[in-house]
Design a binder for this molecule. Structure first.
Ligand code: ATP
Length: 449
């Protein structure tokens, strides 16, 4: 009973989040006017802003703030031999079962009853392995030699460029490659909004190390993943580290930690951190015949580096942020829904209003203040639609941390503006001359100047 109630509450929260995301222009169902395409999602203006903020926090922490990390942006289509060598052609599959009666298909490992169809109660057929890569052909001829795949992970784009980075940048171990980009998996059962999609984005690092150093560097990345979770404002109390036991790990991994999140639909993977040994480079070296070894000037040794891989789902990050930030409360006797986003990820940091839209002197002053702040804080919005209460609700719903109102006192007495805090609804009066510094301090965001 308690379990069902929890499940119902989780479903209600997910419905509220999906509806807010659509209503306010964060995320829409892919190809919606044609009835949708399962497992695809389109980001609208607010979603793009949120996503770009997350990407730039990630890039800043893992690339810009370090001297040992190199950015890569590899092609999505790759030579089919990449996926043979990596093991994806042979083994990137999930167990599939089909109902003999209604012919619905399911992931066998996600069913509680392996015998009975959850949709119609019919009996289920044998479990088959279903390869999740989307296959296509490159060029005008469609034969075995033109087969290619939409990449199911960004990782391989970094392994195949390992030698290019060595030859062009001459880095010393340890060093890493970082990439943000799309990945595609023909999931048997896409579900839970952005959580399990067929097209999604990953932010991945392949960090190359001397074999003896892997333990220390693995621990370093455990704390860097934790730090990034804080950067995007997620409640670390909802994140749990699962040491993946022998037998459950991917065949190439000697150690894996899954960072699991308490989603409204249960505790499931958010990110992964894996020690992949020298598996990938060794495979690609033997398959491509390229020399993917590293020469250590100090020890005069040549060897294949080992790899630590922190792997972040970008869309799962967005979903975790929305789930964690979504709140409903009573403010001033009125019910409201709002997103308690940290300023660093909020699509807009500040909204500027004239108290009344039909008073030209208020509108002109508000526009002047809007323009002056925008130079320092570009993520700002001007709103003079509807009454002030409605504008607050709108900004609360999209997670804007601060609303700034120009009223008669601003214009007539030069006594500053009111600044309202999203979470508490509290207002303070701030002098015009101190406004930008004050906002920068409150929001903790970088200036562009
Ligand atoms: P899961 O067990 O949930 O299928 P996975 O272990 O297959 O995930 P990885 O192959 O380790 O996932 O992929 C790295 C990251 O990419 C995951 O931690 C997750 O954040 C993200 N990811 C993987 N599959 C999907 C998907 N179908 N939709 C959205 N994000 C995904």
């Amino acid at each position: 009973m308690a379990h069902d109630q929890g499940e119902q509450a989780g479903n209600d929260v997910m419905d509220a989040i999906i509806s807010l995301a659509k209503r306010r222009g964060f995320i829409f169902q892919g190809s919606e006017i044609y009835g949708g395409l399962a497992g695809t999602w389109d980001y609208g203006p607010l979603g793009v802003a949120l996503k770009n903020n997350v990407k730039s926090l990630w890039w800043k922490r893992f690339v810009e703030n370090r001297d040992d990390m190199f950015g890569v942006d590899a092609a999505i289509l790759m030579n089919q031999n990449v996926w043979k060598a990596s093991g994806h052609v042979g083994g990137f599959s999930d167990p599939l079962v089909e109902c003999k009666k209604c012919h619905h298909r399911f992931r066998a490992d996600q069913l509680t009853d392996q015998q009975k169809c959850p949709d119609c109660g019919g009996s289920l057929g044998d479990v088959k392995q279903f390869n999740m890569m989307f296959q296509t052909h490159v060029g005008a001829v469609q034969d075995d030699s033109s087969v290619s795949y939409l990449r199911p992970e960004t990782a391989q784009g970094m392994f195949v460029n390992f030698k290019n980075i060595l030859d062009s940048q001459h880095p010393k171990l340890p060093f890493g490659l970082a990439q943000i980009g799309k990945a595609f998996r023909n999931e048997i059962a896409p579900r839970d909004f952005l959580f399990r999609a067929r097209e999604f984005e990953q932010m991945e690092i392949e960090y190359f190390v001397k074999p003896a150093e892997w333990r220390k560097i693995f621990e370093h990345f455990v704390s860097e993943v934790q730090a990034f979770i804080k950067d995007v404002g997620l409640d670390s109390g909802k994140v749990h580290e699962l040491e993946v036991p022998d037998g459950d790990r991917a065949h190439y991994s000697k150690r894996t930690i899954d960072f699991e999140f308490d989603w409204p639909f249960g505790r499931k993977e958010l990110y992964g951190l894996a020690y992949r040994t020298d598996f990938d480079l060794t495979q690609h070296a033997s398959s491509s015949k390229a020399d993917l070894s590293y020469y250590d000037e100090e020890t005069k040794e040549r060897f294949i580096p080992h790899v630590i891989e922190p792997s972040f789902g970008l869309d799962r990050t967005i979903l975790a942020i929305l789930c964690d930030a979504y709140r409903e409360d009573d403010l001033g006797g009125e019910k409201r829904a709002y997103l308690k986003l940290v300023p660093a990820v909020a699509p807009y940091k500040v909204a500027v209003f004239p108290l009344l839209r039909n008073k030209p002197q208020l509108v002109a002053k508000a526009e002047e203040i809007f323009r002056s702040i925008r130079k320092a804080i570009p993520a700002i919005i001007f709103d003079d639609n509807g009454n002030i209460g409605k504008r607050y609700r709108r900004q609360d719903e999209i997670g804007t941390p601060f609303c700034l109102t120009v009223d008669f006192e601003t214009v007539e007495k030069g006594s500053g503006v009111t600044l309202r805090d999203r979470d508490s609804g509290r207002q303070e009066r701030v002098k015009e001359t101190e406004l930008i510094d004050h906002l920068l301090k409150l929001s903790g965001v970088r200036t562009v100047s």
